[in-house]
Design a protein around this ligand. Structure first.
Ligand code: PLP
Length: 452
């Protein structure tokens, strides 16, 4: 039994929350989560809540995993910390690097470690610019990214991201970042068919390269499926066309795998799902299933070989390759492998969830349901099937639905007026039934609030 009111009061007084309207929080009070097991969270009042977001898209193997706790404890006793600077290494970082080269495509064999996806993307900005300097093309510095993409909260990560609200605070983006359209057919496709729109959005990359000058463009960065932007699943025509453009033009391709990596789409990486061949892949989240903070930059051989020619790369973090975080990640990957979790998402629980989720598209409040692997969205719509009509003001209905969902014992996230989910990959069929029931109840309750 926890003293919820006292905890909330102390939280409001001393804790500054990320991505939170602090004034609103101080009136309402935060939800206090005290423990978790599998797909279930428990709050300080003893309520059980189904974690439909796997924390922040990260607890892929589910909460409360004993093997990870034991691996972490054993590593802490053996070597709780040492760095990897200046020609130093240790067994956990070596083991994890090896494991990653086993599960990534054959052309990726090196990894640089950091503590988060944001740091991974910061690192990448410096890596790609340095790459072209070493190649004797120092003018190639601009990185093309997408509107409504998300690549983290550090200065470079938020600059690569295409979130207007983030850019407005603190004078972002930094110079040398250019944003193009996202492949968001439901919201921005106009009269085009999904396939036509997918081609148009992909060719925005080609048009941007031409407008900026190919000799100025270093790289294109994109999430295989945009997560925080609202689980934007691109039309089928999008990635093949981007692949064509990247193969014809002299630019690096960065697939941000922070959400899509480690089984989320029923493949080890989102790039595997779409048949992409990235030069660099930032990873984090599912790398340790969120048990400890660890991220990394996976590097294609030609990238690591080129950077090697440049002498010392003046970049690194105290916690690059932290042994305890590496131990957590090793245990996590071993569990994903030995329990066949990725395969299960591809061929068993994934299709089971998708079928039920897509059927929610029939609900009177849902304009579109989409899901790949175990990441999905419901576009709430005021006048389905008209895609052009939006709730006014944008976002209020999403927030209402999110709050009702929480009261129904389910975490769903709201992005504008879309409800998005990304449950732990270990969710069982019975839990999926329960999950869908809670979503349906939430949609019904939201609709009845709106029609009151
Ligand atoms: N890239 C993507 C695609 C993400 O979704 C996120 C976080 O949500 C990040 C990068 C940033 O990762 P982190 O929050 O670990 O810094």
């Amino acid at each position: 039994v926890y003293p919820t009111a006292a905890l909330r009061e102390a939280d409001a007084r001393h804790h500054w929350h990320p991505f939170t309207d602090t004034a609103a929080l101080n009136t309402e009070g935060a939800r206090v989560i005290v423990s978790a097991d599998g797909v279930w969270l428990t709050d300080s009042d003893g309520n059980r809540i189904l974690d439909g977001m796997a924390g922040l898209w990260c607890t892929n193997i589910g909460h409360g995993c004993e093997e990870i706790a034991e691996a972490v404890y054993a590593q802490m006793k053996e070597l709780g910390y040492y760095n990897t600077f200046f020609k130093t290494t240790h067994p956990p970082v070596i083991k994890l690097s090896e494991l990653l080269s086993e599960i990534t495509p054959p052309h990726i064999n090196r990894v640089f470690f950091c503590s988060s996806g944001s740091e991974a993307n910061d690192t990448i900005v410096r890596m790609v610019r340095t790459y072209w300097q070493i190649k004797g093309k120092p003018e190639k510095q601009t990185i093309i990214a997408r509107h409504n993409g998300y690549h983290g909260s550090t200065v470079a990560g938020a600059s690569l991201g295409g979130m207007g609200g983030m850019h407005a605070q603190g004078g972002l983006p930094i110079p040398g970042i250019h944003h193009i359209a996202q492949p968001y057919w439901y919201g921005e496709g106009g009269d085009l068919s999904p396939e036509e729109f997918g081609l148009w959005a992909a060719r925005e990359l080609e048009r941007a390269i031409d407008a900026l000058g190919e000799d100025k463009v270093a790289a294109f960065i994109a999430e295989p499926i945009q997560g925080a932007g609202g689980v934007i699943v691109p039309p089928d025509s999008y990635w093949p066309e981007v692949k064509r453009i990247c193969s014809e033009r002299e630019i690096l391709f960065i697939a941000d795998e922070v959400i899509c990596g480690f089984g989320r789409l029923g493949t080890w990486f989102g790039s595997d799902y779409y048949g992409l061949k990235p030069d660099l892949m930032p990873i984090a989240k599912g790398l340790s299933s969120g048990y400890l903070p660890i991220g990394g930059v996976l590097m294609a051989d030609h990238v690591s070989e080129t950077l090697e020619q440049g002498g010392e790369f003046f970049h690194g973090y105290t916690y690059s390759g932290h042994p305890v975080c590496c131990a957590a990640a090793i245990a996590n990957i071993n569990i994903l492998r030995s329990e066949g979790i990725v395969e299960r998402v591809a061929s068993d629980t994934g299709p089971y969830l998708q079928q039920k989720w897509l059927a929610l598209g029939e609900h009177p409040l849902v304009g579109e349901a989409r899901m790949v692997g175990m990441v999905g969205a419901l576009e709430l719509a005021p006048a389905k099937p008209d895609r052009t009509k939006r709730f006014e003001p944008v976002g209020d209905v999403g927030t209402l639905c999110r709050d009702i969902s929480f009261k129904n014992g389910l975490v769903m996230r709201a992005v504008r007026d879309s409800m998005i989910v990304s449950p732990p990959l270990v969710i069982t069929r019975e839990e999926i039934d329960d999950f869908i029931e809670r979503v349906t109840k939430t949609l019904d309750a939201t609709l009845s609030e709106l029609t009151k």
